[in-house]
Every structure is written in structure tokens, then in C-alpha cells.
Design a protein around this ligand. Structure first.
Ligand SMILES: Nc1ncnc2c1ncn2[C@@H]1O[C@H](COP(=O)(O)OP(=O)(O)OP(=O)(O)O)[C@@H](O)[C@H]1O
Length: 276
């Protein structure tokens, strides 16, 4: 386990503010559509936390609140000890769908963040090449997004976000569009990046096993409307982890079973709601 991670884990015990803190958060899309209600969630710095819950329960909305892309109707959202009033540069967001610009090469796409931050051309292209190499895309610098596979586009999207050095990474089903083997490979790569970085990750996924395999803690949201946190499950599996092996481990299955006990009721409720 890298030293940086032990330091990060002891963060809250030494009075360092949580990376992400939601207290009594409510959020709705107008008076008819309450999405979240009474959500309390605290993520210590350096943790990898996943959020699962039935489809439409408000997982993306929760990330939007943390990213400052939406404002709560009730309660408070804090990032690194300061209230969120809008988008902040300490936050990186990896979306479910490709947001690579089709007319820019992978190198130019990855260099976009530094370009917007005012980094000179030579420095930002050098940085982008370094990041492409870190995510296994050396040799594809001059390729356009449509010329590479879905898994490679995901890697480029991750490099595009990490290059800006965000303290907190918000990832909204980043691997949902790739096949299950590629998900595990990308997951391993993500864990390597995270393990070196000491950053905080909040990861949304539909896939309970992916959540357990990656995370320090899995948070379960109830079915909507007015979803709230109904379970928090620490994942006591040592790191570093290999996602290709971890699924056969009894301890992994135990945590998955416990999370599923909680999630199953919410999924059933969500289907019941949809069926009425
Ligand atoms: N712009 C919007 N206007 C109105 N309602 C919305 C809007 N965006 C989302 N919703 C609704 O808010 C609720 C929560 O949506 P959200 O995308 O946060 O859920 P989710 O858990 O991420 O969904 P999924 O698992 O399907 O990705 C859903 O009922 C959705 O239909």
C-alpha cells in the first residue's frame, strides 16, 4: 500500500476536512420531481468510494451537485472543506459518454485542459504525450477518436481529466460502454493511477461487482423519488488489487452479498414503482 494512501486515510482523524461532504442534501427538478432527500455522505481525502442504486435514483444528480453543475434545494455540499457554489478546478469529471472532440487528435484532446489553463503549446503537448503513454496510448497521439477503439477512447478521456490534476475525480459510469473484460483492464489501470496519486474518487456504476472490486466503500442509494443513502459498506480487501483475480475471493463475494441484500430491496421497489 503506497505511503500516500496511509496518510490520506488518516486525514479526517487529524482534522483534515472531508474531500466531499453532503449534509441533509435535497435536490429536485421542479416541485413535481424530488430526486434526492436528506442525503448525508462524507468521503475522506484519498478514498475510492462508489455509489450504486436503481436506475434513475439520482446517482448522476449527486455527482452534479458535487461538481457544482447543480445546486441543492436543501442542505449543504462541501468540497475540501469549502461550500460548492459552482464548478471548481479541484474537480475532474469523467462522463459516461465520449466527450472527446472528434476534430482533434488524441494528443490535442488530452492537451485541452492545459490549453484552457493557459499552458504553452510545447509544454501542453509534451504533457499530453506523457499522459497518453501512462494510459497505454503511446503511438496513438495523432489518431482521431473515430480511428481508435471504445476502450482506447475511454483511456484518452481518463487522461484528459487526470492531466489537469484534480483533487477529486467524479466518474459517472465511465466504463459502461465497453465489454466486461475491457472494464476490468480499464479498472486495473484506474486503480494504478489512483494508487499513485492520493486523489479522491467518487465512482457511479450500475455494476455492483465493479463497485466492490474498485472501492474502499460502497454507498447504496434507495429507489427514487426522494432517494437517500440506505447503506454504506466498507470493502476490507487489501490493496493493490487485481480486478481479474479478485472476483474469485470469498471475502469479495461476502461483501457483494451484503451490498446486494441492501440493493435488492431498492431494485424491487424501483420496478414496483415503474410497474404502477
Ligand atoms: N434535466 C432533467 N429534468 C427533469 N428530470 C430529470 C432531469 N435529469 C434527470 N431527471 C430525472 O431525475 C431522476 C434522477 O436522474 P439521475 O440521472 O440523477 O439518476 P441516475 O441514478 O444517475 O440514473 P441512471 O442509473 O439511469 O443513470 C430520474 O428520475 C430522471 O428521470
Amino acid at each position: 500500500m503506497p505511503a500516500v494512501r496511509r496518510a490520506a486515510d488518516s486525514g479526517t482523524a487529524t482534522g483534515v476536512p472531508a474531500a466531499v461532504a453532503l449534509r441533509g442534501v435535497g435536490f429536485s427538478y421542479g416541485p413535481e420531481r424530488s430526486v434526492l432527500r436528506g442525503v448525508d455522505l462524507s468521503v475522506p481525502p484519498g478514498r475510492f468510494v462508489s455509489v450504486v442504486g436503481p436506475s434513475g435514483c439520482g446517482k448522476s444528480s449527486l455527482l452534479h451537485l458535487v461538481a457544482g453543475l447543480a445546486a441543492p434545494d436543501a442542505g449543504t455540499v462541501e468540497l475540501l472543506g469549502r461550500p460548492v457554489n459552482g464548478p471548481r478546478r479541484e474537480v475532474g469529471y469523467v462522463f459516461q459518454r465520449d466527450v472527446l472532440l472528434p476534430w482533434r487528435t488524441l494528443e490535442q484532446n488530452v492537451a485541452l485542459g492545459p490549453q484552457l489553463a493557459g499552458t504553452g503549446r510545447a509544454a501542453r503537448l509534451r504533457e499530453a504525450r506523457e499522459w497518453l503513454a501512462r494510459v497505454g496510448l503511446a503511438g496513438f497521439e495523432d489518431s482521431f477518436p473515430h480511428q481508435v477503439s471504445g476502450g482506447m477512447r475511454r483511456r484518452a478521456a481518463i487522461a484528459q481529466t487526470w492531466i489537469t490534476g484534480p483533487e477529486v475525480l467524479l466518474m459517472d459510469e465511465p466504463f459502461s460502454a465497453v465489454d466486461v473484460q475491457m472494464r476490468m483492464i480499464l479498472g486495473n489501470e484506474l486503480l494504478d493511477l489512483w494508487g499513485e496519486s492520493g486523489r479522491t474518487v467518487v465512482f457511479v456504476t450500475h455494476d455492483l461487482e465493479e463497485a466492490v472490486a474498485l472501492s474502499d466503500e460502497v454507498v447504496v442509494l434507495s429507489s427514487g423519488p426522494a432517494s437517500t443513502v440506505v447503506g454504506r459498506f466498507p470493502v476490507p480487501l487489501e490493496r493493490p488489487r487485481d480486478l481479474l483475480d479478485i472476483r474469485t475471493r470469498p471475502a469479495f463475494r461476502e461483501v457483494c452479498d451484503r451490498v446486494w441484500q441492501s440493493l435488492r430491496d431498492e431494485v424491487a421497489a424501483a420496478y414496483g414503482e415503474a410497474g404502477r
